[in-house]
Design a protein around this ligand. Structure first.
Ligand code: GDP
Length: 362
């Protein structure tokens, strides 16, 4: 077989949508992320699950294993979902991409018993302003009095296994949430009744404790992304990488590093990069790209392993000189074959946008 001609290769590819989790304190954001991560690890024991820096990638084949009949992998060409590990609206509002929110899609977690709370309203406001599509996870269904849990079950199966009294109570709580969403200007319904997720918000009953409804949650996120966001997921994989700083951290042996979410292109271990700094953009060279080392290999060695390149969407730690002034939320851009000056200008413009938004938010 002859090598394909480089000129005829399609350089565009579909990246993983980036997912953020929002909601009121104690409504179960962390537990839900842990549950999804845990399920993915179990299903992916063969090695398909990748722990990124600051994010967890759940590939399509794992989603389809967790979701069973709800997800047929042949219906999708997006590669999976990338969950940002830090939940909450602080990270959501500081993490931006050039177009707005860094997250392409969000899960708003609402405790079914506790209902709407101040931070639920704040989160809705943020989602509205950033025009981020989202679904509502009505969490803790296992705490409805009389609930009979069915670990990791899709919603319809576990719902059918409950008594009428129990489903009556759950329905009441769910309709209260749907009513609250409507009061805030969102037309919402139980997700299986939603035809158009662009117009209506889907509500998914779940339990982060028992895993009930998690198959549905993953299926809805995947479906929504595939149906409405495919065009935005088309990226030039080989192009110079573009990302956002999640966190600036000291790491033993590496000095100051930046945990970065890459949402376009590729970053390589020998790239020159421009990063938003407290004063001016920082121009520097990558010293190492680091990923978490698989648990089994951690002994006395570093927790990280070096990689040569990473493509979007991904979470990666970048070690480089001169990072002390880098800021969470700031842009990261690879220069590679572009004009350095042009890239610096782009980073400056993005930093100016962030400053304006921060002022507006008061
Ligand atoms: P966060 O502040 O939104 O991240 O909330 P956490 O994930 O820390 O959860 C707050 C508390 O609620 C913890 O004690 C969790 O164990 C509990 N919790 C979260 N989800 C569920 C659930 O689905 N069912 C039950 N019974 N408890 C839950």
């Amino acid at each position: 077989m002859s090598e394909p001609d480089a000129d005829t290769l399609d350089p565009t590819s579909l990246r993983t949508p980036i997912v953020a989790v929002l909601g009121h304190v104690d409504h179960g954001k962390t537990s839900l992320l842990d549950k999804i991560r845990g399920s993915a690890v179990i299903e992916g024991e063969a090695g398909a699950i990748t722990q990124h820096i600051g994010a967890t990638a759940v590939p399509l084949d794992i989603i389809s294993t967790i979701a069973g009949d709800l997800v047929d992998p042949d219906d999708f060409d997006l590669p999976g979902l990338l969950f940002i590990d830090t939940p909450g609206h602080h990270s959501f509002t500081t993490l931006r991409s050039r177009g707005g929110a860094l997250a392409d899609i969000a899960i708003l977690v609402v405790d079914v018993n506790d209902g709407f709370q101040p931070q639920t309203l704040e989160a809705l406001d943020i989602l509205k302003r950033s025009e981020t599509p989202f679904i509502v996870a009505a969490n803790k269904i296992d705490t409805v009095p009389g609930w009979n849990p069915n670990e990791d079950s899709p919603i319809n199966a576990t719902y059918d296994a409950q008594s009428d009294r129990v489903t009556g109570r759950l329905d009441e709580s769910l309709y209260t949430i749907i009513g609250n969403l409507s009061d805030e200007g969102f037309s919402a319904d139980l997700y299986w009744r939603v035809q158009n997720f662009q117009r209506n918000v889907g509500v998914v009953p779940v339990s982060a404790m028992t895993g009930e409804g998690v198959p549905d949650l993953l299926a809805v996120m995947m479906g929504l992304s595939q149906r409405y966001m495919k065009a935005e997921m088309e990226i030039d994989v080989q192009g110079p990488g573009v990302g956002t700083v999640l966190e600036v951290k000291e790491e033993k042996g590496f000095g100051t590093t930046i945990d970065t979410v890459l949402y376009d292109g590729t970053i390589r271990a020998d790239d020159q990069v421009v990063i938003g700094g407290m004063n001016d953009p920082i121009v520097t060279e990558v010293r190492a790209l680091l990923q978490p080392r698989p648990l089994a290999e951690i002994r006395t060695e570093s927790r990280f392993e070096k990689v040569e390149e990473v493509s979007a969407a991904a979470g990666i730690k970048v070690a480089a000189p001169d990072l002390a002034d880098a800021m969470a939320g700031a842009p990261v851009r690879v220069v590679r074959n572009r004009e350095l000056e042009e890239v610096v200008h782009e980073v400056e413009a993005e930093l100016a946008d962030i400053a304006v938004d921060t002022e507006e938010q008061g």
